[in-house]
Design a binder for this molecule. Structure first.
Ligand SMILES: [Zn+2]
Length: 439
């Protein structure tokens, strides 16, 4: 970490996402945790003569990626059970493994592994829905990572507690612990309409209104979820939650692969954000989220990787690639979801979904210095016409070469600054050895 008061970053291109154009010949100046200036290179050197100066001659500087949905600790289950339908995967593999293994130590180690992977691939803010959100928050805070941790609400016992009462108590305690932390927020994560009853959902809405805490829920992940609900209650889950007064602009609905006109109207009128996780949906054959149609209806759509057990990576660059391709296929329109729109989904739209657009999601003076650079000096990106096209259609996460979170340098020249990767991988393998010996 630099001792200088300010850092000048001089890349080849700057994608601010404040307008649609790319800046060249400009530098971004970081002071403490914020972006304090953006100006032509000669002026930057004159105005800040004694600064640390980082030159990135073949790189594009852009806002850090915002991963709006995941279950970080599940990184330790990466590759444990693949090639299975959602309910078989959940009921016969993931839930039993969680019942056996998930505790505070598991969550701490899995989260550390996940944050390391996210940083190396350019994510500077993630949202997490998992057990022990207080542990996820502690690990994120210790690693200087920005996180919104949604404590889980389900109607049955889990390794986190005996039921809704205990979950609410623990989540509120975590909220109290972190309410003044600059990088961490705590929210409610009611798992899904099929695992949470009306009383708990109404309580989430009431507490969220009182305490201004965000909400994230899985919604309409599969066709079965919707048909089963219609059979049992006569209502689609989206409508049931609307009648409970659950929806609002502080809610993110994750997946939404099943959508009729009424669902779309509800989500649009209530200002609900949709978190699109295309790779998880593809791998679990859950269905296709009509992301372009949702955006065209004025709904904010952001991106998430989902947990590593259903993806199996936390790579937002490949998620952008998949989003663009799938969006064209689903809408039968090659002009749907162009590269720049997809980059916005992975950055500023994510910031909007998480209620953080005044802090992150674009490069603007006064915003937090959550920045990444992409190295385009790679055969995969030659020749160069348009760096935004290359970012979405040609580049890979291995081209992320610098990452700052709140002005702290986290990745330098493609290596983690504060994590020993050998120790990290040894720790992960110890868990895998233990888990596979009991399978
Ligand atoms: Zn999920």
């Amino acid at each position: 970490m630099s001792l200088a008061q300010e850092t000048i970053i001089t890349p080849k291109w700057i994608m601010t996402l404040e307008g649609d154009e790319l800046l060249t010949g400009h530098s971004v100046i970081i002071g403490k945790d914020k972006i304090i200036d953006i100006l032509p290179n000669e002026d930057a050197l004159k105005k800040y003569p004694s600064c640390e100066h980082i030159e990135l001659p073949m790189q594009m500087l852009m806002p850090g990626l915002v991963n709006c949905h995941g279950h970080s600790a599940m990184n330790l289950f990466k590759g444990l059970a693949d090639d299975l339908p959602l309910m078989t995967w959940l009921e016969q593999h993931i839930w039993p493994a969680e019942a056996q293994w998930v505790n505070e130590e598991f969550v701490a180690d899995g989260t550390k592994l996940a944050i390391s992977e996210m940083l190396l691939s350019g994510t500077t803010c993630f949202s997490d829905m998992y057990f022990f959100p207080e542990v996820v928050s502690e690990v994120a805070a210790a690693m200087n990572m920005r996180a919104i941790c949604y404590g889980p609400i389900l109607d049955f016992p889990t390794p986190y507690g005996s039921g809704p009462d205990e979950y609410f108590t623990k989540i509120l305690a975590a909220h109290d612990t972190f309410k003044h932390h600059s990088l961490i927020d705590i929210g409610f994560g009611p798992h899904a309409p099929y695992t949470v009853g009306d009383e708990s959902l109404k309580k989430v809405r009431m507490l969220s209104d009182q305490l201004n805490m965000p909400i994230q829920i899985h919604l309409h992940e599969t066709e079965f979820e919707v048909s089963d609900a219609v059979e049992n209650t006569g209502k689609r889950p989206c409508l049931r939650l609307d009648e409970l007064g659950f929806w609002g602009p502080d809610v993110q609905a994750v997946h939404v692969t099943q959508l009729n006109t009424q669902d779309k109207d509800i989500l649009s009128k209530k200002g609900v954000h949709v978190i699109h996780c295309p790779e998880s949906n593809l791998k679990l054959a859950s269905g296709f989220c009509p992301a372009f149609e949702l955006q065209s209806a004025g709904i904010n759509v952001a991106l998430g990787t989902d947990g590593a057990a259903s993806n199996n990576d936390l790579d937002m660059i490949s998620e952008m690639h998949t989003t663009a391709l799938l969006g064209k296929a689903v809408s039968k329109n090659a002009a749907a979801l162009p590269a720049l729109d997809v980059v916005k989904m992975a950055t500023i739209n994510g910031a909007i979904a998480l209620g953080k657009e005044d802090q992150i999601g674009s490069i603007k003076v006064g915003k937090q210095a959550d920045l990444i650079s992409i190295d385009f000096s790679d055969i995969s990106c030659a020749p160069m016409y348009d760096p935004i096209s290359h970012l979405v259609y040609s580049a890979s996460r291995h081209q992320v070469d610098h990452v700052w979170v709140a002005g702290h340098l986290q990745v330098k020249n493609k290596a983690l600054c504060h994590v020993n990767p050998v120790q990290l991988m040894e720790m992960a393998q110890q868990w895998a050895d233990k888990i596979s010996s009991k399978q």
